[in-house]
Design a binder for this molecule. Structure first.
Ligand SMILES: *Cc1c(COP(=O)(O)O)cnc(C)c1O
Length: 348
């Protein structure tokens, strides 16, 4: 099998951990693994003096936790909705009755930052929710410009970095991000099932709300102080996360991984040009390539599965496909993938 979805192909050494017996987690050994993972995670994202919560649950679970515990303490949110993940922030705020400014961005377009600043100046939100990379379209938003606007108008910045962490440069403190969200099946390139919240040092004594028992921040923080979780953790995933973080530490930080993702992206974008597939994103992230083919009926998608046991991601628009660059893939893998996509497209 070849996978160009999330998490993509994973290092066999990490996969092998999944086949090992599962140790008991209420031990000092497991606590040490959790505490070291927290330390390594904070370093990778540039969150000095900050904290993490690692949840057993997918990325949306952690997004929901942020809205329950933090956004509900605010008066008004501004939500960037540039695709299905931005829409999820909007939907979560709606679900919890948060007053919000719904700032829609057209498919695969960048934000008009001057207009955004005007909206913030007029609407006066006190918290801002966005994605770094809107994975559904491949569009990358400019966190420097967003961070500058937020600082100027004293708006707390919360960013879903689920598909940009370890694919794009990301420094939480420099950007002024208060809370960042990620999960294991994207840039970390390990199996799905854990999500991670990063809290800046500024939120150290913040009076969080209590609107969801399972995701409650304070309950999680009080257990995490000693490296434990309030409820059963997905133990094996924690071990895979720890092993992956040790690999990244041995590589000297996120730089090599980011360069690898960028390289795969550049190889594949070259192939897109060769075969005449347009990449609609105005500012495309290197994490995935979203490209437009002539396929109207998912012939490419099904053909790749049935003939080659290969997965790519269909998008919301007919013929629009996405290939992730966060999993392991060689130049030759990508060449072969493009050739096969072209083969099915030519057969239409
Ligand atoms: C994958 C992803 C999510 C989370 O989705 P889950 O299925 O809950 O893991 C959220 N936001 C973005 C930008 C994503 O890419």
């Amino acid at each position: 099998m070849k996978s160009y979805v999330f998490p993509g192909d994973i290092d066999p050494a990490i996969m092998a951990i999944g086949a090992e017996p599962i140790p008991y987690m209420r031990t000092q050994e497991f606590s040490d693994i959790v505490l070291e993972s927290e330390r390594l995670l904070l370093k990778l994202i540039g969150c000095k003096g900050g904290r993490t919560i690692i949840y057993t649950g997918s990325g949306t679970g952690a997004m929901s936790a942020v809205v329950e515990n933090y956004i509900t303490t605010k008066k008004k949110a501004l939500v960037i909705d540039g695709g299905s993940f931005g829409h999820r922030w909007w939907d979560l705020c709606r679900y919890y009755g948060v007053e919000q400014i719904h700032y829609e961005v057209p498919f695969a377009k960048d934000i008009d930052y001057d207009d955004l600043e005007k909206t913030v100046a007029e609407g006066r939100p006190d918290v801002f929710l966005c994605q770094h990379h809107e994975t559904s379209t491949g569009e990358l938003f400019d966190l420097k410009r967003i961070g500058t606007i937020c600082r100027k108008y004293d708006v707390s910045l919360v960013v879903d970095v689920i598909s940009s962490f370890l694919a794009e440069e990301l420094d939480m403190d420099a950007l002024g991000i208060d809370i960042a969200v990620t999960s294991t099946q994207k840039g970390l390139n390990i199996p799905p099932g854990l999500s991670i919240l990063f809290f800046s040092e500024r939120l150290k004594d913040y009076p969080f709300a209590h609107h969801g028992y399972y995701w409650d921040f304070e309950e999680n923080f009080s257990n995490l102080r000693r490296g434990q979780t309030p409820y059963s953790p997905a133990t094996t995933l924690y071990l895979q996360l720890h092993a992956r973080l040790k690999q990244l530490e041995a590589e000297g930080g996120p730089g090599k991984n980011i360069a690898d993702v960028r390289h795969r992206c550049e190889v594949f974008r070259g192939l897109c040009r060769q075969y005449g597939w347009d990449v609609p994103a105005e500012v495309p992230s290197v994490a995935v390539t979203g490209f437009q083919t002539k396929d109207q009926n998912r012939t490419v998608f099904r053909g790749l599965i049935d003939q080659y046991d290969t997965f790519i991601m269909p998008g919301s628009v007919p013929g629009f496909y996405r290939v992730s660059h966060m999993g392991l893939q060689s130049d030759e893998d990508l060449r072969l993938l493009a050739e096969r996509i072209h083969q099915f497209e030519s057969s239409l």
